[in-house]
Ligand binder design. Structure first.
Ligand SMILES: NC(=O)c1ccc[n+]([C@@H]2O[C@H](COP(=O)([O-])OP(=O)(O)OC[C@H]3O[C@@H](n4cnc5c(N)ncnc54)[C@H](OP(=O)(O)O)[C@@H]3O)[C@@H](O)[C@H]2O)c1
Length: 343
């Protein structure tokens, strides 16, 4: 197992030592995990943003595939490994003083967080650990279990990272604009019949673009001294009900999109499986839908603008950027045999 050049003595510190109190002028490369991209692709965008700012970066990718090759194409060294494997984490972390920890929605999330915490704590020398979380965590407590498995794992991961004593900043975004709820599943019903068919009732929401999340993460990593908060709650620029959200889709697409509040049971049976997600991720999306209905996503922060100096992207601008996904293609069979029953 490689040892950090920053570690003292035999290369390993005891509990609580060496975490966040050993700042060197030579920060080494910033380690960005989950960097190959996937659903939100925050890690990949963080790499691009840091490279654009001439910040030295090392990327960690899960697999050595074309996405890892694309990262190398940016001139970024790539470590291939699994965040639940301590030897892989130590190899990736070696010589790095700043790190972004995130990976895709996974039942392994807590194990990965605990692995990162224990390895980083043992090697010492991290001056900034920016960790992905979720806005729902702000509403949770030790006894709450009504949230999704993924949200619970994020809550527990935050506890572990805090207990580690590492200099961690938790980034808690609300649902991404790239979330299937607002992109792939929304696009299916919009392509089919011009409706945004979701079981959100009268709930309000404020989705945030993954690029804005990446811009915040890159700012925290590039200049840790300027951003010393422990928690960053991120939302889009407006909290509004789904009829107002549908108006944003309409303006972006230049045609009418209407919100239809479909029955949750019908939606989970007929539409949700079409997202093609594993059961763990399906349970997460189903929970997000229920929580929207309970108005748990009625949140608004200005953190994106406060950290980056630029306002968060509107849904209208996001949908305009992804117009092709919402445009019917001749011959493509829409998801959902019949339109959902309105409520
Ligand atoms: N989507 C939302 O609405 C939303 C909102 C708030 C917070 N979040 C949080 O954001 C995170 C996802 O961020 P994202 O969308 O930017 O991620 P992503 O792009 O979907 O995935 C990032 C990368 O994680 C890698 N990965 C998966 N398992 C791994 C492992 N065991 N070891 C190493 N790498 C692994 C994946 O590699 P492979 O593809 O090769 O497996 C993927 O390239 C989750 O924590 C989620 O809870 C999401």
């Amino acid at each position: 197992m490689p040892r950090s050049p920053r570690a003292g003595g035999d290369g390993w510190t005891s509990a609580g030592e060496g975490a966040g109190d050993d700042v060197s002028p030579d920060a080494g490369p910033v380690l960005v995990t989950g960097a190959a991209g996937g659903l939100g692709g925050v890690g990949r965008m963080v790499v691009e943003l840091l490279v654009a700012r001439s910040v030295p970066v090392r990327a960690m990718a899960h697999r050595d595939d074309e996405r890892a090759a694309a990262l190398r194409g940016l001139g970024v060294p790539v470590v291939v490994g699994d965040l639940t494997r301590p030897d892989d984490v130590a190899r990736a972390l070696d010589g790095c003083r700043r790190m972004y920890f995130a990976m895709s929605v996974s039942p392994d999330y807590l194990e990965a967080a605990a692995t990162v915490a224990t390895v980083a704590r043992a090697t010492g020398g991290l001056e900034r650990l920016v960790a992905m979380s979720q806005l729902t965590v702000s509403q949770m407590n030790p006894l709450r279990t009504r949230e999704s498995h993924q949200q619970r794992l994020h809550w527990l991961s935050e506890q572990v990272l805090d207990w580690s004593g590492l200099p961690v900043a938790h980034v808690r975004p609300t649902a991404f604009c790239e979330n299937p709820l607002f992109l792939s599943l929304a696009a299916h019903s919009i392509r089919r019949d011009g409706t945004l068919s979701l079981p959100f009732g009268a709930g309000r929401t404020s989705p945030v673009a993954a690029r804005d999340v990446a811009r915040v993460v890159a700012a925290l990593l590039a200049d840790p001294e300027a951003h010393r908060e422990h928690v960053y709650e991120l939302t889009g620029p407006r909290a509004q009900d789904m009829s107002a959200v549908a108006e944003e889709y309409s303006r972006a697409l230049g045609r009418t999109v209407s919100y239809v509040d479909v029955a949750p049971d019908w939606w989970s049976r007929e539409i949700l499986p079409a997202a093609g997600l594993p059961p763990f991720a399906q349970q997460h999306l189903l929970t997000l839908a229920r929580m929207h209905r309970e108005n748990r996503f009625d949140r608004l922060t200005r953190t994106v603008e406060q950290v980056t100096g630029l306002p968060a992207q509107t849904i209208e601008a996001f949908v305009a950027e992804h117009r092709a996904a919402f445009t019917p293609v001749a011959g493509r069979r829409p998801v959902g045999a019949t339109p959902g029953p309105g409520r």
